[in-house]
Design a protein around this ligand. Structure first.
Ligand code: HPA
Length: 272
């Protein structure tokens, strides 16, 4: 079976389970699962029960596809995403984004945890991604182009929809949520960066660095799907003052940022 046939097969399976056409897709990142509590759930499918879906291996992620209402709109949320560092290739990492598009979504919302390279940032601040630099080791569009989804050379002049960035900043301001806009640098992981790498990431224009999101956004843009993406700044990466990374602290900061992020996403879904 070709990759494209697999995408259709998985989509057809989901459509055969219930009648539900989502307008928005949401990818929930590390420690940002609380949004699920605000979704009025109609249906859910464990990844392992969806033929063709990769299975999530990271402990802090529960792998389920959730269908329901958020802010009165129909959404599908991925609780748990697939990371390249887990051993999936980029075609597997981005497979669900193709499926969400075929299920009917109009816009994609993505969240993640990221290290703050911009030294004006504080732990547990938010950063709405305005642009990105891809330093990951594989591109999800490599190989024969999937013509039915988009062209060979996708435009990247506005990877993150400007209108939604402005709306997000406005929601943050109104609600006193500490929130910046900035450039996300995507790496493959799983190791964190060296001091020299953080210095490099800052010098090339990065404000935050993380191990996800970019492949999903590239595939979304290939399909001309407008994207809104937001990072929880979980640790500060000052090359001249670098503390040892502790995953427990990173998760704690993501948890602290969760409330503001949830509110921004809910309001954006209401407005779009
Ligand atoms: N680097 C990469 N990914 C991350 C970081 C970081 O410093 N913090 C949280 N996710």
């Amino acid at each position: 079976m070709t990759y494209s046939e697999k995408i259709h097969q998985t989509t057809d399976f989901i459509k055969s389970q219930f009648d539900f056409t989502p307008e928005f897709g949401i990818i929930l990142g590390t420690g940002l699962g609380a949004l699920v509590n605000d979704i009025k759930i109609h249906h859910e499918l464990a990844y392992e029960d969806i033929p063709g879906f990769p299975v999530s291996t990271v402990e802090s992620h529960k792998g389920r596809l959730i269908f329901g209402e958020l802010s009165g709109k129909k959404v599908v949320a991925m609780q748990g995403r697939f990371h390249y560092y887990e051993g999936y290739d980029m075609k597997a990492v981005t497979f669900p984004v193709r499926v969400l598009k075929l299920l009917g979504i109009r816009k994609l919302f993505v969240s993640n945890a990221a290290g703050g390279v911009n030294l004006n940032f504080k732990v547990a601040d938010l950063m709405i991604i305005e642009d990105h630099i891809d330093l990951t080791k594989e591109n999800p569009l490599t190989g024969a182009n999937l013509d039915e989804f988009g062209g060979r050379f996708p435009d990247m002049s506005e990877p993150y929809e400007r209108k939604m960035i402005d709306q997000g900043l406005e929601v943050a301001k109104t609600n006193n949520i500490p929130c910046h806009e900035g450039v996300y640098v995507g790496v493959s992981g799983p190791n964190l960066e060296t001091r020299a790498e953080y210095r490099y990431i800052g010098r090339i224009g990065g404000d935050a660095v993380g191990m996800s999101t970019i492949p999903e956004v590239i595939v979304a843009r290939h399909m001309d799907l407008p994207v809104f993406a937001i990072s929880a700044i979980t640790d500060l990466c000052d090359p001249d003052n670098l503390e040892k990374a502790e995953i427990s602290k990173i998760l704690e900061a993501a948890f602290k940022a969760e409330k503001g992020m949830t509110l921004i996403i809910k309001e954006l879904i209401a407005k779009n």
